[in-house]
Design a protein around this ligand. Structure first.
Ligand code: AMP
Length: 212
């Protein structure tokens, strides 16, 4: 099964997408994680993307499209879940063309949404494991030991772009560039809209049902 998960920053794409991918055995291809790994490794793509990411802007389309195509071809043979790609209409069109070229198609496009106040609260309190990428929240899902990942013992940190000023910028970019994807996908086969405002397990159950 090939799935796109899209929605505003902080809506839970990463957490829910990772869980679904783990449970179904498909590849979880999270564009933000792929970019952060490229920045860490100092690749050319990472160097090109970094300043945009720190400012809460989108990295250039040609950079992300090429990276995601590589990963789909390398890891996506048994199905994939795209989390954070596409993020604008030009990327969605590039994705359609790329999938057609490789004889692939999307089975589901899931739009997750939640009120903006909740998104801000989730992002501002988010802690991420440097080693395995698992997310926690200072108040809603704190780690057992402060600053330490429950799963792997790695160090928890606040993402540079989860600072309040950058969060506002990311939400503005979402409204201007990513929200128009709703128009692009809403009448296509496989489109599902999901209310992601509730409890994590409830949202997961709805997601599971949506992709059955
Ligand atoms: P995320 O981890 O999904 O919140 O993404 C973090 C940052 O990576 C975003 O704010 C963008 O700067 C960049 N990014 C992630 N996905 C994309 C994409 N599809 N297109 C352009 N930039 C992206």
């Amino acid at each position: 099964m090939n799935i796109v998960l899209f929605g505003p920053p902080g809506v839970g794409k990463g957490t829910q997408g990772a869980r679904l991918a783990r449970e179904t055995g498909i590849a979880h291809l999270a564009m933000g994680d792929i970019l952060r790994a490229a920045v860490r490794e100092g690749t050319e793509a990472g160097r090109k993307a970094r300043e945009y990411m720190d400012a809460g802007q989108l990295a250039p389309d040609d950079v992300v499209v090429e990276m995601i195509e590589d990963r789909i071809l390398r890891d996506g043979a048994n199905g994939f879940l795209l989390d954070g790609f596409p993020r604008n209409v030009a990327q969605a069109e590039a994705l359609d063309a790329m999938l057609a070229r490789h004889g692939l198609k999307l089975d589901r496009v899931v739009f997750m949404d939640a009120p903006e106040a909740e998104l801000i609260e989730r992002l501002a309190g988010r802690l991420v494991c440097r080693a395995c990428g698992l997310s926690f929240h200072r108040h809603y899902s704190p780690p057992r030991e402060e600053g330490v990942c429950d799963a792997c013992g790695g160090e928890l940190y606040q993402r540079e772009d989860d600072r309040e000023e950058v969060i506002a910028q990311r939400l503005a970019v979402y409204r201007e560039q990513t929200a128009p994807l709703l128009e692009f996908y809403r009448n296509k086969p496989g489109f599902v809209r999901l209310d992601a405002a509730g409890e994590m397990d409830e949202v997961y159950a709805a997601l599971r049902e949506a992709v059955r």
